[in-house]
Design a protein around this ligand. Sequence first.
Ligand code: SF4
Ligand code: MG
Length: 320
Amino acid sequence: SEPLIEVKNLKKYFPIRGGVLQRTIGYVKAVDGVSFTINKGETLSLVGESGCGKSTVGRTIIRLYDKTDGDVLFKGIPIHSLKKSELRKLRPKMQMVFQDPFSSLNPRLRIGDAVGEALLDHGLVSKNELRDRVIEALEMCGLASYHIDRYPHEFSGGQRQRIGIARALILDPEFIVLDEPVSSLDVSIQAQIINLLMDLQQQKGLTYLFISHDLSVVEHISTRVAVMYLGNIVEMASRDELFDHPLHPYTQALLSAVPIPDPDLKRERIILEGDIPSPANPPKGCKFHTRCPFAKDICKEQVPEFRDVGGGHYVACHLV
Ligand code: SF4
Ligand code: MG
């Protein structure tokens, strides 16, 4: 299938300021050269511990953040080269759903207005049609039409996330970045929201970037999975390949912490020593060497190449 999104050596550095003059004294290298494509209709998941840069990737590829370097193509269009007015035209096609939609909902705005706001802003609907479009979007997300006149505080966490999804969906997007969309919800509610997202993807042919630290959720929803560590992707493969044959020691460690339902199947738990180093001052060579149980001398000096080891399974490790 064809790529909808192409990311080429993308970098996003945030300046660190210090001293009385608040000069730039360094950079947090949140995203330090990542490349991947997302094909039309698939879900690519981005996993890793908090602070690894996955949310920054999500925001930069739909240009909520400007890039530091590299390229992002949406249907072949380099979105970071677009003028503001051109980007605005494209904006409805690239949407984002956040972990906590409540904090992005104005408490004094009725749900109908919150969901319809962007549609009206973009001039995509007349005032007369707005109510019908809002009801349609709410119903697609499993919320009855009578909710339209209620306020955010009247909804449960799961319902609020449905509202967040309706707000994105009403714009008829092609691509949605889902940033930890179920992480703040109870497990039973998580499954409902994941199923909703998968149904909507089927119906609308949506393409997702799914950002999560929860591998059991990722195993359920993904077509492919990319694992991030300190601003880089260290492994990327199809969902089944990654879960059945993880090659990178970091992926193996993450997976070893996921409980397996079948008691006959035992994975050896790999405990990682130490904390994640600061992305302002990452280790030389393989950035994972300070915590890797298999690190060799070469790992401290040379950056391992991110390469295809067969069938679209990419890994960056000297030992593979
Ligand atoms: Fe571990 Fe070396 Fe592989 Fe990095 S390159 S993951 S330090 S073995
Ligand atoms: Mg995050």
